[in-house]
Structure formats: C-alpha cells, structure tokens
Design a protein around this ligand. Structure first.
Ligand SMILES: N[C@@H](CCC(=O)N[C@@H](CS)C(=O)NCC(=O)O)C(=O)O
Length: 208
C-alpha cells in the first residue's frame, strides 16, 4: 500500500495504522497544490491510498476501515457483531465529521468569512475554538472508561483521535487540560510505532 500524506494532518492516522499492522507499505509526501497531486486526489487533500489497483482511495475513515479489513489479524477494526460495527462507525463519524471540521475555521478562518480584517478573522477563530472544546469534551467522555476510543483495545479510531487531539497544541486550551484525553495522549506518545511515524513525518510532541 502507498499512502499520500502531509505532515501532522489527518493522514497521520492511516500512517500509524499501517505501521501497527506491520505489512510492507510506503508513504509519499503530497504536494497538495500541485497538478500532479490533483490527479491523485482531485480534492487536493490527504490522505489518499493506493493499493495496487487503478483506483485511488480517499476519505480517512474509509481508508482506515479498508486497511483494517484487509488485515483482520491485526484486530484494529470493529469487534464482532452489529453493535460493535455501529460503535466503530459512530466513533469514526464523530471524529471525521465533528472533530476534524471544528478545527478548520481556527486554522484557516479566511475560508469561513468574506471579511479580511483581523477582528473578523479572530471572531471566526473564537467561534471555532468553542466548537473544538465541545468536541474535546465529548472525546473526554468517550475516553472516560480507559485510554481507548472504542472498547478496551487499540483500534483504527485511536490514531485518528490522536491526530486530531495533537492539533489542540496550537489552541488556547490544549489536550493537557482534559484528564482522560491526557491519559490517552500519553499512551499514544509512548507507543514506539507512533514515535517512528512521527519521526518520518518530521513531527515532535509539540509540533502539531
Ligand atoms: N473528508 C476528508 C478531509 C481530508 C482533509 O481535510 N484533509 C486535510 C488535512 S487534515 C487537507 O488535506 N487539507 C488541505 C486543504 O484543505 O487544502 C477526509 O476525511 O479524508
């Protein structure tokens, strides 16, 4: 499998999952604005995954599910049964549909207002920060029973939550202010595969 990524983005999640699985893979740094990358993903976004066939795969949650379903022996997908499937889908939808979009007006406020003055951009950031905090408080509840997003084991949801939560390192309230999230992040940062992937992406603990 070949993963297209940009450092510190949501593509960190499938990168960690590929490392956890232990099967051979390669990564390529995507030049998001280039015509060449637009041919790979016309949306100009990462992650994108190539797995031998002619079709390029996009959308982080679909890619995570594809990788885990291709390697069931790694046990990173949903557990057995319809309720376990639901819980995984619910967590991934929350992470990709609520948490991820909450950050973007903070990082790129100019995309969310036609005004260009500092006051307007700060107002967008302030509103975004409230949405992020609300999402983090919900993640805090999901992690209350242990340092795993779904159930009591590592799963594809954990690296995605890790990638999102790192982004709070640039916000007024960082992950260290949420106790259950802090335990989760400390577990993830202590993982040697996570450390290896972060090194490949040129990331440090404080470089979200
Ligand atoms: N719905 C997409 C969103 C992907 C996405 O927003 N990726 C960001 C990085 S975290 C990106 O590539 N942004 C580039 C841009 O918006 O120009 C997915 O879940 O894969």
């Amino acid at each position: 499998m070949k993963l297209y990524y940009a450092p510190g983005t949501c593509a960190l999640a499938p990168h960690i999952v590929l490392e956890w699985i232990g099967a051979p893979y390669e990564v390529e740094l995507a030049d998001l604005r280039s015509d060449a990358y637009r041919k790979i993903n016309p949306l100009g976004m990462v992650p994108a995954l190539q797995d031998g066939g002619s079709r390029i795969m996009t959308q982080a949650d679909a890619i995570l599910k594809y990788i885990s379903a291709s390697h069931p022996e790694a046990g990173l997908g949903a557990g057995e049964g319809v309720m376990a499937e639901f819980e995984m889908d619910e967590a991934l939808a929350f992470l990709t549909g609520d948490v991820h979009p909450a950050f973007w007006p903070f990082f790129a406020p100019q995309r969310y207002t036609t005004k260009e003055d500092d006051h307007s951009l700060s107002a967008v950031r302030e509103a975004a920060f409230e949405r992020v905090d609300r999402a983090m408080l919900h993640l805090e509840r999901l992690l209350a029973d242990g340092p795993y997003v779904v159930g009591q084991k590592d799963s594809i949801a954990d690296p995605y939550a890790f990638a999102m939560t790192r982004w709070t390192e640039n916000l007024p309230k960082t992950w260290k202010e949420y106790p259950a999230i802090t335990m989760f992040m400390e577990r993830m940062y202590a993982d040697s595969d996570v450390a290896k992937v972060m090194a490949v992406q040129g990331l440090t603990e404080h470089s979200a």
